[in-house]
Design a protein around this ligand. Structure first.
Ligand code: MG
Length: 249
């Protein structure tokens, strides 16, 4: 069942997502060649706690960190570690926060120093694909109108869309119904209604869409070892179109 959130609940979702956006802003400033993802994770945890939130990924199915940090061919769910980031890497940062019983979720992929033109193009199209999906997240549209807009934008540029991981509803749980695939047939799926809250999160690969999970049981990588990017916003469907909750104020 897809829950429709009340105005009071949406206020709480704004508040948890405000932390997510604010912490992401600080973490982005700290990403340089030589920084480790573990340092970024420790910084993020402190910032979340200072703002009164709880890291939502920490403890989720045994995950031990505040951030998922996925470098280069890693798609999502990378584990922060002591490897120094290098000029030319691309780094996906994903953060979830719980505040007052309500969740926020947001991800970006950023260049570390100067990156290749191919990498820049991947990041640009992945972020644009997210925005194409957001534009379709309007009351009266169907869910897979959103999915299709993401897919069309990505595939027209020659990228492949990861299919086995999807966006999701978000509210009093980190992951709720509906699942929001990054591909689908327009005009199909549940009708979008005011009060629906969801996290859209396209994952785009330069090469094949196939992915595999590493031996750490978390890190998802592309099957062919080519680059992958990931962007995510949490939003609520309102009478006046989508309100993006995880944008910095
Ligand atoms: Mg998510």
């Amino acid at each position: 069942m897809i829950v429709l959130r009340s105005p009071d609940e949406i206020k709480k979702l704004r508040a948890s997502n405000r932390i997510v956006a604010s912490v992401m802003g600080e973490i982005k400033k700290a990403i340089h060649p030589g920084t480790t993802t573990l340092e970024l994770d420790e910084m993020a945890e402190k910032l979340v706690l200072d703002m009164g939130g709880t890291p939502a990924f920490k403890g989720y199915n045994g995950f031990k960190h505040t951030l998922c940090t996925s470098v280069n061919e890693q798609v999502v769910h990378g584990i922060p570690n002591k490897r120094k980031l290098q000029e030319g890497d691309i780094l996906s940062i994903d953060i979830g926060v719980k505040l007052d019983g309500y969740f926020g979720d947001h991800a970006v992929t950023v260049p570390v120093g100067k990156v290749s033109e191919d990498a820049q193009r991947l990041l640009r199209f992945c972020e644009e694909a997210l925005w194409k999906g957001i534009e379709r997240a309007k009351a009266g549209n169907r869910l897979f109108d959103v999915s299709n807009a993401i897919q069309v934008h990505a595939e027209a540029a020659g990228f492949s869309v990861v299919k086995v991981y999807v966006g999701h509803g978000i509210g009093t749980s980190l992951h709720e119904e509906p699942q929001v695939p990054n591909f689908g047939e327009p005009g199909t799926g549940p009708e979008l209604k005011p009060g629906m809250v969801m996290a859209l999160e396209p994952m785009l690969n330069v090469g094949v869409a196939d992915v595999k999970v590493l031996g750490d049981a978390w890190t998802v990588v592309t099957a062919d070892g080519k680059l992958s990017a990931h962007f995510e916003h949490s939003l609520v469907i309102s009478e006046n179109g989508p309100e993006i909750l995880s944008l910095a104020a």
